[in-house]
Design a protein around this ligand. Sequence first.
Ligand SMILES: [Zn+2]
Length: 160
Amino acid sequence: MGITVRPTHLSFRSLSNRTVTDAIIVHHIGNTNADVSAATVHQWHLHNGWSGIGYHFLIRKDGAIEEGRPLQAVGAHCHGQNGHTVGVNIVGNFEEAEPEPEQMDAAARLIAALCRHYGFSPSDSTVFGHRDFNATACPGENLYVRLPELIEQAQNAYIY
Ligand SMILES: [Zn+2]
């Protein structure tokens, strides 16, 4: 997709594929501000009885983008919306901390690349926070208030 995604070689239980992809949903980790890996979240979600990590991408504190669930697979990240969305987790607890500039830059580039891949533009009708759909603080107040800025950064990355 024109961006560098770190492969993680995770093994999943059964997965099914999306037939429609028209939006991206942004998350945080929430219960810790630690720099957790996709492999760690994969273990958490397997323990939940899920097929494996529910997010398609994790963005680490240094801006590295890690592969989560296979991009084409239905995720497990936003109740009622998994059938048509991609889940991006920006690692941290943004009720307390601020996202790192490297994370914002990486998220903008990833969102732009996903939008181009699926054929829609980054906007407030295609890029959402988890709390827009479910009763949750996710992606944390400090990130949620910056979603308009993230969308604008993604638009700039999308155009050029
Ligand atoms: Zn979430």
